[in-house]
Design a protein around this ligand. Structure first.
Ligand code: GAL
Length: 416
């Protein structure tokens, strides 16, 4: 990805004189929040800006995880017409910052005291070379399981706390004729499940060595083989139509009682809420079995595109609105995520949100907070995509577990 982006440097210079499609007093925002729950959350932001007299030009690019949105972004920048603001994750932000494509938000950050309230783990991706280059809107995490409560109750299943209990629950649901796992066969969704399965199989040191340090021996290890075996177990408990299914349609299967569980980041909660469901009554949220003390996080941020480094009044207003404490509460209550500031009360949040906030603080304090591989917070895009390819090929039966671990090590080595 780095190489591709270097080629864009020239285009960026050209872009520096081109105006964005947004008119004065308007922001054009590129994002991938197109599901029902995501759109409801985005409305909170639109309305906030509209109340300040700033118009919103929507640039949605469907596709969970944002891969398609990033492709559109590259095309827009190459055409010399970058959007005003772009939803972005982790290493992608740093890559664009390295190309001098992002506005410097330091004056606003100093005025608003961001350094004191944004967690260090997020600042690592929001700042480049001492400059604030994006505004974090939330913290999601990927090691969650979402369950239909009546389906579990009807089958005498309690929330599993380790892999063995989870496997037993899957077997039970299959025997009862219920699809045990709702899953969408798309590379980023396979990888999202793999985040949690790897953490559970090998623990935090293993996860870090594999996906953050990219250690060859760990990637090809017996523990990695075991993680792929567990992916085989999961694969054998999805329905026949899983291929290509969007993540929110998989969530709908759990909401409707067609499936027992979905392993997905907490944006899934937005779908339950959007369908009028209540945590603890209609659905359960719990950490992926065996990862109760760990959090694999990803934070959505909005980067302001401006090759000259100047931030416009509208961009400043957007960034300020995003990090205001009242907005952080209102938005994240709907989105399923938790605030990107440490000083926001959990009062307005439901049980899952309160647990999310508690887990995040505890994991940060105990050193068990790690960036999500699947959502661009563990390694740069080239490595992430190489991991996606192997995980998906394995999930679709191309490799057995042993071959997959070796392929993973090779693919990561080539991608670096
Ligand atoms: C993630 C993003 C979430 C959610 C999800 C599915 O990458 O961080 O906010 O949008 O994709 O679309």
């Amino acid at each position: 990805m780095r190489k591709t982006m270097m080629k864009l440097t020239t285009a960026l210079v050209v872009a520096s004189t081109a105006a964005s499609m947004a008119q004065a007093n308007e922001v054009e925002v590129l994002h991938w929040w197109t599901s029902g729950g995501e759109a409801s959350a985005l409305n909170v932001l639109k309305q906030d800006l509209e109340s300040q007299g700033i118009g919103w030009q929507d640039m949605p690019v469907a596709g969970g995880g944002g891969e398609s949105a990033m492709t559109v972004l590259r095309a827009r920048v190459t055409a010399g017409n970058p959007p005003t603001a772009v939803q972005m994750l982790g290493f992608d932000i740093l890559d664009w910052a390295a190309l001098d494509a992002l506005a410097n938000l330091n004056d606003l950050a100093a005025q608003e005291g961001w350094d004191d309230v944004v967690p260090e783990a997020l600042q690592q991706f929001a700042k480049y070379d001492g400059k604030w280059v994006s505004a974090p809107v939330n913290v999601h995490s990927t090691n969650w399981v979402w369950a239909n409560k009546s389906v579990l109750d009807a089958n005498g299943i309690a929330a599993p706390t380790n892999w063995e209990e989870f496997e037993a629950a899957l077997t039970k649901l299959a025997a009862a004729g219920v699809t045990p796992i709702a899953h969408g066969g798309q590379a980023w969704q396979d990888a999202t499940v793999f985040d949690a399965v790897s953490m559970s199989t090998g623990g935090p040191d293993f996860y870090k060595a594999a996906f953050i340090d990219l250690d060859q021996d760990t990637l090809a290890s017996d523990t990695m083989v075991e993680a792929f075996r567990r992916m085989d177990v999961i694969r054998s408990h999805v329905d026949d139509n899983f291929s290509g299914r969007d993540w929110n349609l998989a969530t709908a299967m759990v909401i409707n009682g067609e499936a027992g569980f979905q392993m997905m980041g907490d944006w899934a909660k937005g779908e339950f809420l959007n369908a009028g469901k209540v945590p603890g009554e209609d659905f359960l949220c719990f950490r992926f079995p065996g990862t109760a003390d760990q959090v694999t996080f990803n934070a959505d941020q909005f980067a302001m595109f401006d090759p000259l480094g100047d931030v416009s009044g509208e961009q400043s207003a957007l960034a300020k609105a995003i990090l205001s404490p009242s907005f952080q509460s209102a938005f994240n209550v709907v989105k399923g995520s938790v605030p990107a500031r440490t000083d926001v009360s959990d009062e307005a949040f439901d049980a899952c949100g309160k647990q999310g906030m508690k887990d995040l603080a505890a994991a940060a304090a105990s050193g068990n907070l790690y960036g999500s591989m699947a959502h661009g917070h563990a390694a740069p895009a080239a490595v992430k995509n190489a991991i996606y390819d192997v995980v998906t090929a394995h999930f679709n039966g191309e490799y057995d577990a042993e071959t997959a671990a070796q392929e993973l090590a090779d693919a990561v080595s080539i991608a670096q």
